[in-house]
Ligand binder design. Structure first.
Ligand code: NAP
Length: 264
């Protein structure tokens, strides 16, 4: 299948590790010009080198804290100056912490949402006019299966994810008028550093051991494993590709069949 991603300018946020890194490398393997964004510039430079090796094209690394509006605007400005266009935006940078509802202070909700919720919204708002002016583009939001599966020890994550699924659908209506297709991919448990941290935070909040929480969290996965970052990246690359030209406003849950409910 030819994804027709060759030479496309693809911005991936949260690309220094985990799912974002796998997406950046997956896009590079398809010949895309990758722009990798996160705070850890050294990790991004290393990734950009690997992306160049795969794509045989330029790759750009931009260090930025995307929880701040001024940084989002700087990133989009830098990409426009360096690449002249943005064909695909993958919103992926997120770090919402788990914990007990009554223990998480107001400041933590706002801090965590400033990246995972507002960071996505601000990136989309900054990129949208560029895509509109160039006649189209793709925005893919990496959300999370917690959007449809609330957990008492991860309410800040579930609520942000539910909002982002709604945002994806609404923005898709606006984008349809100008060729901007907007979709979401919701990973369930995925083997990254973040997953290990969440297991520790949720174990503490529930008063259980990490092994107990890990076993309970993995039990619904009938395929006998949780996702790899590449499982998620493959779906993101497909949704950004020419092979998904009639798909917009939807959220695909990548969960190995774990979510209950037939419409998820
Ligand atoms: P991860 O391994 O912790 O990676 C998170 C990425 O976000 C890193 O590249 C990190 O880079 C970047 N980031 C964190 N804070 C940032 C900031 N303030 N500004 C810019 N970049 C920042 O996480 P992951 O598991 O790959 O998760 C990626 C996305 O998938 C997240 O939105 C997460 O909510 C979602 N998700 C993950 C799972 C899972 O089980 N892993 C499940 C559902 C949804 P720096 O530290 O270098 O900034």
């Amino acid at each position: 299948m030819n994804l027709e991603l060759t030479d496309k300018v693809v911005v991936v946020t949260g690309a220094s590790r985990g799912i974002g890194r796998a997406i950046a490398l997956g896009m590079a393997s398809e010949g895309a010009r990758v722009v990798a964004v996160a705070r850890d510039k050294a990790a991004l430079d290393k990734l950009a080198g690997e992306a160049r090796d795969r794509s045989k094209r330029e790759a750009v690394a931009i260090g930025a804290d995307l929880s701040r509006l001024s940084e989002v605007e700087r990133v989009v400005d830098e990409v426009r100056r360096a690449c002249g266009r943005i064909d695909v935006l993958v919103n992926n940078a997120g770090a919402i912490r788990g914990g007990g509802f009554l223990e998480i202070p107001d400041a933590q909700w706002l801090d965590d949402w400033s990246l995972k919720l507002m960071g996505y919204i601000r990136m989309a708002r900054a990129v949208f006019p560029l895509m509109k002016a160039q006649g189209g583009g793709r925005i893919v939001n990496v959300v999370g299966a917690a959007a449809r599966n609330p957990t008492a020890t991860y309410l800040a994550g579930g609520a942000a994810n539910a909002a982002l699924v709604n945002f994806t659908k609404g923005l898709a209506d606006l984008g349809a008028e100008c060729g901007v297709l907007v979709t979401a991919v919701s990973p369930a448990a995925t083997r990254t550093e973040r997953w290990d941290q969440l297991m520790e935070q949720q174990a503490k909040a529930a008063g259980k051991t990490v092994d107990e929480i890990r076993a309970a969290s993995q039990a619904p996965y009938k395929l006998g494993r949780i996702a790899t970052p590449e499982d998620i990246a493959d779906v993101v690359c497909f949704l950004a590709s020419a092979r998904a030209s009639f798909i917009t406003g939807i959220c695909i849950t990548v969960d190995g069949g774990a979510t209950r409910g037939v419409y998820a």
